[in-house]
Design a protein around this ligand. Structure first.
Ligand code: CAO
Length: 555
């Protein structure tokens, strides 16, 4: 074991940057390249990674303190001795990645020019970063851009940085859009010079002294422009309003769809922390606050996809996109069934705490029996599918586990003493769930025949209201189509739904050898307010046993 000092690497021309966040604490085991703190200048925030793996023994900086290249930030206990000399000799190389982030601003400043014709603005030297994403565009066509004004923010997984303009002029064209990936030298904007500042022509023309400068106007690379000729950094109102947040916090906000500009930062100088994002999300969800976008579209929720107030939850509004901007489109009304089933599915998904238990049933023997039965009854026109056998097996499981045959009614559970099984049927107009009544009193052939009738009625759009009422549990069988396991949505007020996927032959270990067995995937979603995980696992396991040895149904 040895103690290693972790130092701030080369962070370019900046003398000092502020520590805005500590990402580790004493006692933490950290990995090589793990981010240990976030530092920030006025143009970039970046996470400083550790050059070594080990256990944090001491933190030598505090939030609000200033650090510069070479400042010791941590004392780390690492295994072995080799690491000690590695730290001493090459700290910068180990953490080189963030350094170019802060170089972007000074590099651009050095290349500042004012042109009279069209001027190309390119991504300056951003060091080793490749394919960084454009996450914010801070200007629009027609804006009068000053030298060094931030045009956009780009982000890698370790740093977020603003890309400043290398020239002044009116923005004629933006060559990138949100989400684009950019690299050093990529053209991002075209300005038309309006002579805002007067950079001497001689300094515009001198190319050789600035090999780093890539943000240059067409035909003219500025170098070493005298400081007096380059306007001092003058942040625009956009820049001033830009929320300060580290790259990881920005990423977190994006994942949750949180508009950063609306979050009040509680960190130093109003910096937004991860807790601020969490708090904002909680407030939106509880209805305590509304996003600006939601306020702008604060009309009553309409249609199955509308956001708005749903059981006390205020949701973000549905994104409004003009699809015709991207290509030809055709509009069709949702079918009546889709509108009704969509609204039901949405309510059930949001209001029921679903969990899905997946299992397999070995149906090798049962399938052989089914095929044999179908052969024998072919002439009589009787055909059974696996679903009829599963319906009977589910009845048996409901008898053994009555909680699955219950419904929540306020603080009470209503236990049903009948066994009506709904089955999802795919129709040209959408999904419907006819209910096969009194399945416990019917044999497989009768169940098959009734299922056939109900499915036909469903496809012909002739199901009556009574055909779809009174269900105890539903089965959604995608076995005839394909797929492996899914997460069916419970059909309220039922408390469970069984999903069946396509059965496939699999090698199954029988204790001494692998044997090919036909396995049916079972996906049981249950309402966790009523059913515990263990009960669901038992229900599914029991169902599997019955399906693998159908004689158990008699027990
Ligand atoms: N594994 C392998 N094959 C299966 C199977 C399974 N689990 N389940 C059925 N099959 C086979 C059948 O044996 C039949 O084969 P044959 O053509 O050789 O006879 C074929 O698949 C078609 O079966 P089917 O779908 O016509 O009959 P079914 O009794 O299995 O299902 C019905 C009837 C109405 C449930 C079904 O047609 C249907 O609409 N399924 C879709 C349900 C749905 O959309 N669910 C999603 C709801 S949630 O979004």
């Amino acid at each position: 074991m040895a103690l290693v000092d972790i130092k701030v690497p080369d962070i370019g021309d900046f003398a000092e940057v502020a520590v805005i966040e500590l990402m580790v604490k004493v006692g933490d085991s950290i990995k090589v390249d793990q981010s240990i703190l976030t530092v920030e200048s006025d143009k970039a925030s970046m996470e400083i990674p550790s050059s070594h793996a080990g256990v944090v023994k001491e933190i030598k900086v505090a939030v609000g303190g200033k650090v510069k290249e070479g400042s010791i930030v941590l004392s780390l206990e690492v295994a072995g001795d080799a690491a000690v000399s590695a730290t001493a000799s090459a700290p910068a190389a180990a953490v080189a990645a963030p350094a170019p982030a802060v170089q972007a601003a000074p590099a651009a400043a050095a290349t500042a020019v004012v042109a009279s014709g069209p001027v190309e603005v390119k991504i300056p030297d951003i060091g080793d970063f490749k394919d960084v994403s454009v996450i914010e565009i801070l200007v629009k066509v027609g804006d009068n851009i000053k030298v060094e004004q931030s045009l956009m923010t780009v982000e890698s997984d370790k740093a977020a940085m603003e890309i400043p303009s290398s020239a002044a002029g009116v923005l004629k064209e933006l060559k990138v859009k949100l989400g684009d990936k950019v690299n050093i030298g990529d053209l991002i904007a075209i300005l038309e010079g309006v002579g805002v500042a007067t950079t001497p022509a001689a300094s515009v023309a001198a190319p050789a002294a600035a090999p780093q400068a890539v943000a240059a106007p067409v035909g003219a690379v500025a170098s070493a422009a005298p400081a007096a000729a380059v306007p001092a950094h003058a942040p625009t109102s956009n820049t001033l309003n830009m929320p300060h947040a580290s790259p990881s916090v920005r990423k977190f906000a994006r994942e949750l769809g949180v508009p950063l500009a609306e979050v009040k930062g509680s960190g130093q100088k109003g910096r937004i922390t991860e807790q601020d994002i969490q708090q904002f999300t909680k407030s939106v969800m509880s209805g305590a606050i509304q996003t600006i976008a939601a306020q702008a579209t604060n009309t009553p929720a309409k249609g199955v996809n509308a956001g708005g107030d749903l059981g006390g939850m205020t949701l973000l509004p549905w994104p409004k996109v003009d699809f015709t901007k991207f290509g030809p489109v055709e509009r069709k009304d949702l079918s009546r069934i889709k509108k009704i089933s969509g609204a039901n599915l949405h309510r059930n998904w949001v209001m029921i705490p679903h969990v899905t238990n997946h299992d397999n049933a070995d149906i090798t023997e049962l399938e052989a029996f089914r095929v044999q039965m179908n052969k024998e009854n072919e002439k009589a026109g009787i055909k059974t599918t696996m679903l009829a056998f599963v319906i009977k097996a589910v009845v048996s499981a409901l008898k053994k586990f009555p909680d699955f045959n219950a419904s929540l009614d306020g603080d009470q559970l209503v236990y049903k003493q009948y066994y009506n099984i709904g089955f999802a049927a795919d129709t040209p107009n959408g999904l419907v769930v006819p209910v096969l009544k009194d399945a416990d009193k019917k044999g497989i052939f009768q169940i098959s025949a009734e299922m056939g009738e109900l499915s036909k009625k469903a496809r012909d759009g002739k199901l009556g209201g009574g055909d779809m009422q009174g269900g105890c549990i539903s089965i959604s069988s995608l076995g005839g189509i394909g797929g492996r396991y899914f997460h069916p949505i419970i059909n309220a007020p039922e408390v469970a739904i069984l999903g069946l996927s396509k059965s496939v032959m699999e090698p199954v270990w029988n204790g001494s050898e692998f044997k090919p067995r036909l396995m049916l995937p079972l996906s049981l979603s249950y309402d966790h307010r009523v059913i515990d995980g263990a009960a669901a696992a038992r229900f599914n396991a029991y169902l599997g046993q019955v399906l693998s040895d159908y004689r158990r149904i008699l027990l």
